[in-house]
Design a protein around this ligand. Structure first.
Ligand code: PLP
Length: 418
């Protein structure tokens, strides 16, 4: 039982270097966050040793009396946080939650209708190389070319034309709220099941700062590690008893074997924290930060360099910078921000003239910095640093100094050693 630094110094070095990177860079990948130390503790605990196939009180292994408590807490907290009658907290990830959802509500070969990947949809909503595109007949709706908003007339027209078994509402890169009631109306009209994937905006929903899909959807899936800021994993909610049974059997034994009990315990803690006033304040700073970014990036002097943001602003935790009119492409913009020590990802924008490895967009998110403690003042400074970095002839050295000042003022994991 020697420490990692002795057993495997190469991996110990990776942990240390990664902690240093997270401390020194400003993390603005919209799907990332920093878990609290309490969550790190469960994830690095002896619960990782335990097999617990089955569900609390109905396991296929002995010795589950304590992990049962952890999973029951996670289930009850998820239900109460989102006002759902049933929760499954076993999915290892968002993608495995989605695989279980689809296998519960559709048969291979059935038609599913989701948001076009290049318009902000997710791989598991029907991309052709993903299980969802291989097993199911995937068709897609898109955003309106002028407003860049999800085109609900297109959703209705595609639903009437293709009569999908499942309609999927949810996104990985979209800066506005969806109309869940209208999605449900369309689903009911064509006899489809409405599945909402709230992976990105679940934290905003938990804080009451974004409409909840739970009253409208037949089933809701999510990750825990994006806006919620918990362990990397997924969960599923429903209000329908028959569907709840199907979902459970499609997670285990349908898609997974033994649940990751150390992660499930950490999920319970994340859901507990998500019910607090601190969490609400953090989600409010997250949205405000994204709005400040949108405002500053589209200030008049930025527009002169061709920088814009999709839909002109945001209601959520991210901004999509639109570089279609800029000489700078998504790859160059991502690289220059990396030099300045701000981490973002390039992202195709709808109707992108540049190829997917280059792109004409940047997805810039605020959850991790809000968790770090950033408020309006700091988000204004970050926005100005980004706007300056994306201009021709940016003074990278000076901007890196401004990033270092922000990082130093909000130390990450103070005292933690890896
Ligand atoms: N669903 C949506 C909408 C997502 O954005 C993501 C992650 O990018 C996922 C599902 C998949 O989550 P994971 O990466 O945990 O499999």
């Amino acid at each position: 039982n020697a420490p990692l630094s002795e057993v495997d110094p190469e991996i110990a070095a990776v942990l240390e270097q990664e902690l240093g990177r997270q401390r020194d860079y400003l993390e603005m990948i919209a799907s990332e966050n920093f878990v609290p130390v309490s969550v790190l503790q469960s994830q690095g605990s002896v619960l990782t040793n335990k097999y617990a196939e089955g569900y609390p009180g109905r396991r296929y292994y002995g010795g589950c009396e304590f992990v049962d408590v952890a999973e029951s807490l996670a289930i009850e907290r998820a239900k109460s946080l989102f006002g759902a009658a049933y929760a499954n907290v076993q999915p290892h990830s968002g993608a495995s939650a989605n695989a279980a959802v689809l296998s519960a509500i559709a048969q291979p070969g059935d038609t599913i209708l989701g948001l076009e990947l290049s318009h902000g949809g997710h791989l598991t909503h029907g991309m052709k190389l993903n299980f969802s595109g291989k097993l199911y007949n995937a068709v897609a709706y898109g955003v309106d070319a002028d407003t860049m908003l999800v085109d609900m007339e297109d959703v209705r027209a595609k639903a009437r034309e293709h009569k999908p078994r499942v309609i999927i509402a949810g996104w990985s890169a979209y800066p506005r709220q969806l109309d869940f009631a209208l999605f449900r109306e369309i689903a009911d009209e064509v006899g489809a099941t409405l599945w909402v994937d709230m992976a990105h905006f679940a934290g905003l929903v938990a804080a009451g700062l974004h409409p909840s899909p739970v009253p409208h959807a037949h089933v809701v899936s999510s990750t825990v590690h994006k806006t919620i800021g918990g362990p990397r994993s997924g969960f599923i909610l429903t209000n329908e008893p028959d569907l709840a049974k199907k979902l459970n059997s499609n997670v285990f034994p349908g898609q997974q074997g033994g649940p990751l009990m150390h992660v499930i315990a950490a999920k319970a803690t994340a859901f507990k924290l998500a019910a607090s006033d601190d969490f609400k304040d953090r989600q409010a700073r997250t949205i405000r930060g994204a709005q400040i970014l949108a405002e500053r990036l589209t200030a008049d002097d930025s527009k002169a360099t061709g920088l814009d943001v999709l839909t002109g602003g945001t209601d959520v935790h991210l901004v999509l910078a639109d570089l279609r009119n800029s000489e700078l492409d998504g790859k160059q913009a991502e690289d220059v921000l990396h030099e300045v020590r701000i981490t973002v990802n390039r992202n195709s924008v709808p109707f992108d003239p540049r190829p997917p490895m280059v792109t004409s967009g940047l997805r810039i998110g605020t959850p991790a910095l809000a968790t770090r403690g950033f408020g309006e003042t700091e988000f204004t400074e970050v926005a100005d640093v980004i706007a300056l970095a994306l201009r021709p002839g940016a003074d990278v050295e000076a901007l890196r100094g401004r990033v270092a000042a922000l990082a130093d003022a909000f130390p990450l994991y103070p005292g933690l050693q890896q």
